[in-house]
Design a protein around this ligand. Structure first.
Ligand code: ADP
Ligand code: ASP
Ligand code: MG
Length: 412
């Protein structure tokens, strides 16, 4: 008998009718003889609604209390799904993260799972029950409720699958697999039948929200068989693979983008040792992640220093940098929140030159100015003005030969 972990995202459990449909899907697998563990997200829009409530009370509510609040979203759906399963004659039990000992560190809002005790789940499975677990939440060693960061239910599912040595972890969502880029931005996007974990990790960390980054990290570490599928239509979805090389490796496997960053420039600082450290040290001390960095030397021997931070941390970063800039007698500070980062990703890039120049040529042809560039051996990222995002993604998708022939999203 095999064990499946299935995760259903917010849209998939967004209404009572959809929860009933999920219950029927789960029961059908149970009837085929599989042991079933189901992880659910909050109903779509619920986590945002709860965040708005918190903001209505205070702009700086403590992270601990925000987690207590956000965790309620998933508690609603586990109860409703278990009721739905019972109603169609399928024994089920719901559990919060804490009840199945999803132990995390104490970094509220982006906690990391450190341990899972699968014993309680195994006991229920042995009694023939479907186990329904709240995604996105855990507890720290003092019993405080924590959450795993936005999209964290994916990580709950993969971590559960690893802990229980499940035969497959299936992520059910509102698209029928992983595409060459977000199909909502580029209608020509094509579903990939398979993608390597390395490429999926890169796409996720560059903004493709179809899987949370940490879920892909977890899957890679424990080699969890992982598949992304649609809740609304049947199909094979996309399999995440772990083989090092594939027979026929596409040059570019996908294009990711992010609107979640902002840019800060400190102008006219002395070109001398220690300046980068002074500017970025304070930002790092505030636990703000800096992504891209560039430095331009001016004719007068000073330098301009530009870097990107998450948009949610922009105001805080600007305050910190304003202070340092005054100390360094900088000429000026400029900020821009309307930027977007676009990245082309592919392990095939390792053995091919010329990808960057094609990318720059396509953007030039469309009249899109590149503000920043960064590269690694399997990706090239550029920062452009946000209003050009969709145009840039579609033009690059087509130029790199990723377009589906008829735009219908047939598997690669
Ligand atoms: P869920 O609520 O099920 O977790 P998410 O909204 O988190 O769903 O993730 C699914 C969404 O990810 C899709 O609706 C799609 O817009 C977006 N997406 C971004 N990049 C991709 C991609 N490369 N392939 C498929 N979907 C993508
Ligand atoms: N409900 C959480 C969120 O909206 C977690 C998830 O959906 O995976 O981010
Ligand atoms: Mg998600």
């Amino acid at each position: 008998m095999s064990l499946l972990v299935q995760k259903f995202g917010g849209t998939s459990v967004g209404t009572v009718e959809r929860i009933l449909a999920v219950a029927r899907r789960v029961k059908a697998e149970r009837d085929r003889g599989h042991d079933m563990v189901v992880v659910v997200s909050a109903m779509s829009g619920e986590t945002n609604r709860l965040l708005e409530l918190a903001r209505g009370i205070s702009a700086d509510a403590t992270a601990r209390e925000v987690d207590v609040l956000l965790a309620t979203g998933e508690q609603v759906t586990i109860a409703l799904l278990s009721m739905a399963l019972e109603a169609i004659g399928c024994p089920a039990r719901s559990y919060t993260g804490g009840q199945v000992h999803i132990l995390t560190d104490n970094v509220h809002g982006k906690a990391r799972i450190v341990d899972i005790d699968g014993e309680r789940v195994r006991q229920d499975l042995a009694l023939g029950r479907v186990v329904v677990i709240a995604g996105f939440q855990g507890v720290d060693e003092n019993g405080n409720i924590t959450t795993l960061g936005r999209g964290g239910s994916d990580t709950t599912a993969v971590a559960m699958a690893a802990a229980l040595k499940a035969d497959e972890c299936q992520i059910y969502t509102d698209v029928d697999g992983v595409y060459t880029t977000d199909p909502r931005v580029c209608p020509q996007a094509r579903r990939l039948a398979r993608i390597t974990a390395e490429e999926m990790l890169e796409l996720a960390s560059l903004g493709a929200k179809v899987l949370q980054i940490r879920s892909v990290e977890f899957a890679g570490k424990y080699r969890v068989p992982l598949r992304v599928l649609s809740s609304f239509e049947d199909g094979p979805g996309t399999l995440i693979t772990y083989e090092e090389t594939q027979m026929e490796q596409a040059l570019i496997s996908g294009i990711a983008f992010s609107r979640d960053e902002a840019k800060l420039t400190v102008k006219g600082v002395p070109d001398q040792p220690g300046v980068a450290y002074r500017i970025l040290g304070g930002v790092a001390d505030a636990a703000i992640n800096v992504d891209m960095i560039i430095q331009n030397i001016g004719a007068d021997g000073t330098t301009d220093f530009t870097f990107t931070v998450p948009r949610t941390d922009y105001r805080k970063a600007r305050e910190i940098v304003t202070k340092t800039a005054t100390e360094l007698h900088a000429r000026d500070i400029q900020g821009d929140e309307r930027i977007a980062k676009i990245s082309v990703v592919g392990v095939g890039m390792r053995s091919h030159a010329g990808i960057a120049s094609t990318m720059f040529q396509v953007l030039a042809r469309e009249g899109i100015n590149i503000q920043m560039i960064s590269t690694s051996e399997i990706k090239i990222s550029v920062v452009v003005e946000e209003k050009y995002l969709e145009l840039a993604v579609r033009a690059l998708h087509s130029a790199f030969g990723l377009d589906a022939e008829n735009g219908s999203g047939a598997a690669a």
